[in-house]
Design a protein around this ligand. Structure first.
Ligand SMILES: C[S@@+](CC[C@H](N)C(=O)[O-])C[C@H]1O[C@@H](n2cnc3c(N)ncnc32)[C@H](O)[C@@H]1O
Length: 369
C-alpha cells in the first residue's frame, strides 16, 4: 500500500436527510425503467458486468492512477510509465472507467481526474481509496468465492475461505487489518459529519466509541464538540493504530485508548456510547451482550446506534447489499428494520427513543427503558 499523508477528517457534501427518500424513489423508478427498456437477457448480462466494473475500479485504486493524474493530465503512455503498467492495458482500463464517471480524456488525448476519480487519491482527506481496495480487492473476493456456503448454511464464508471467523482472520493478517481499519475510517465520512450536524451533543462530557476502529468517527465528534472528551474502545491491536487519525484531527489529547473485547466489558462512566457498524456485524444474542455490557458500565447513558435501516420497499437499497455482505463475511451479521431493532434492544433493557434519518445511514438513540 502506498503511504498516504494523513489529512484531517473530511466533510463530504451530502444532501439533507429529508431529501434522500424522494431522491432514492426517483432513482429506483429510473432504474426500473432502465432495466425494463431492454430484454431480460440483456439485463442479466449487464448485472454480471457489475463485477467487472467493481474490479476495474479496484485496479485503478490499487495502481494509484488518480494520484499520478493529480500532478496534471497525462496520456496513457505517460501514465503507464508512471504506474509501471502496460500502455495498451492502461488505455483500455481508463476507457471503461470513463464510461462510469471515473477519469476523462481531453481532446488532446490526455487523461485527467473527475470528481469521482479524485476520491481515489491517497492524499485527500475525503479519499475512499482504502474502501475500494477493501471491498473490491483480493482477500474480500476470496471470501466471496465461498459465498455459496453462506447461502446454503447461513454461516460465514470466511471460515470456508480462511479457516477462521472474519475478525479473527483480520487480527492475524496485519495488511488486511490495516486496509480494513482505513476503509472503516473512510466510510465514516458518510455518517460522521451528518451525525455531528444533526445530533445535539450539548451536555455530553465523556463519549465512548465502542468498536470504534481507529477513531475516525470519534475524531469527528470531538472536533465538533471541543468540551467533550472521548474513549476509543476496540481490540488491542486496532486501537494501537489510532494515533495518526486522532493526531490529524487534533483531538489526540482528549482521547483515552482502551483495548479489550466488548463481549467482556466496556469502559465505564461515559454519558454517551457510540456503536457504529457494530450491531450489523453480529446476531441478536451477541448484540444483546454488547448492549448489556454498556448498560452495566453506565446504566443512565444514552447509546447511539449508527447503522443502515432495512427499508420496507422492494427496490434496491444499500442496506440490502450490506446485509448480504454481513451474511457472507460473518454469518451472524445482518441489517435490521426499525421494528427488529426495537425488539432487540428491549432484550438488553433499552428502548429506541428516536430514529434520525441520515443521508447514508440511520442513527437510533437508545435510552434505558
Ligand atoms: C465494522 S467495524 C466498525 C468500526 C467503526 N465503528 C466504524 O464504523 O468505522 C467493526 C469493529 O468492531 C471491532 N471489534 C470486533 N470484535 C470486537 C470485540 N470483541 N471487541 C471490541 N471490538 C471488536 C473491530 O475491530 C472493528 O473495528
Amino acid at each position: 500500500m502506498r503511504d498516504r499523508e494523513r489529512a484531517a477528517p473530511a466533510s463530504p457534501r451530502l444532501p439533507p436527510a429529508w431529501a434522500v427518500p424522494p431522491v432514492l424513489a426517483v432513482r429506483n423508478a429510473l432504474g426500473r425503467l432502465h432495466r425494463n427498456a431492454m430484454p431480460p437477457i440483456v439485463a442479466v448480462f449487464e448485472t454480471t458486468f457489475g463485477f467487472v466494473e467493481a474490479k476495474a475500479l479496484y485496479l485503478a485504486a490499487e495502481l494509484s492512477f488518480a494520484d499520478f493524474l493529480a500532478e496534471g493530465p497525462l496520456d496513457a503512455d505517460a501514465l503507464s510509465r508512471a504506474a509501471e503498467t502496460d500502455a495498451d492495458a492502461t488505455a483500455r482500463l481508463l476507457r471503461l472507467l470513463q464510461g462510469l464517471g471515473y477519469f476523462t480524456q481531453g481532446r488532446d488525448g490526455r487523461w485527467k481526474n473527475t470528481p469521482m476519480s479524485e476520491l481515489l487519491r491517497a492524499d485527500r482527506a475525503d479519499s475512499v481509496r482504502e474502501w475500494v481496495r477493501f471491498l473490491c480487492g483480493p482477500w474480500h473476493g476470496e471470501i466471496w468465492n465461498h459465498a455459496v456456503h453462506a447461502i446454503r448454511t447461513g454461516r460465514s464464508a470466511s471460515v470456508e475461505a480462511f479457516g477462521a471467523e472474519y475478525f479473527d482472520w483480520l487480527s492475524a493478517n496485519t495488511d488486511a487489518q490495516t486496509t480494513f481499519d482505513a476503509a472503516m475510517e473512510q466510510s465514516s465520512q458518510l455518517s460522521g459529519p451528518s451525525l455531528v450536524a444533526g445530533y445535539d451533543f450539548s451536555g455530553v462530557r465523556r463519549v465512548c466509541d465502542v468498536g470504534g476502529g481507529t477513531g475516525g468517527l470519534l475524531a469527528t465528534v470531538l472536533a465538533a464538540n471541543p468540551s467533550a472528551i472521548g474513549v476509543l474502545f476496540d481490540l488491542v491491536e486496532v486501537i494501537g493504530r489510532a494515533a495518526p487519525v486522532l493526531l490529524a484531527a487534533g483531538v489526540q489529547n482528549r482521547v483515552e485508548l482502551v483495548g479489550g473485547s466488548f463481549f467482556d466489558a466496556v469502559p465505564a462512566g461515559c454519558d454517551l456510547y457510540l456503536l457504529k457498524a457494530i450491531m450489523h456485524d453480529w446476531a441478536d444474542p451477541e448484540c444483546v451482550t454488547i448492549l448489556s455490557r454498556i448498560r452495566a458500565a453506565s446504566s443512565s447513558a444514552r447509546v447511539l446506534v449508527v447503522d443502515q435501516l432495512m427499508p420496507a420497499h422492494r427496490g434496491p437499497h444499500p442496506a440490502k447489499d450490506s446485509d448480504l455482505m454481513m451474511l457472507v463475511l460473518s454469518g451472524s451479521g445482518r441489517e435490521r428494520t426499525e421494528a427488529e431493532f426495537a425488539a432487540l434492544v428491549a432484550r438488553a433493557g433499552y428502548r429506541v427513543n428516536r430514529v434520525m434519518g441520515m443521508p447514508a445511514t440511520a442513527v437510533l438513540e437508545l435510552v434505558a427503558g
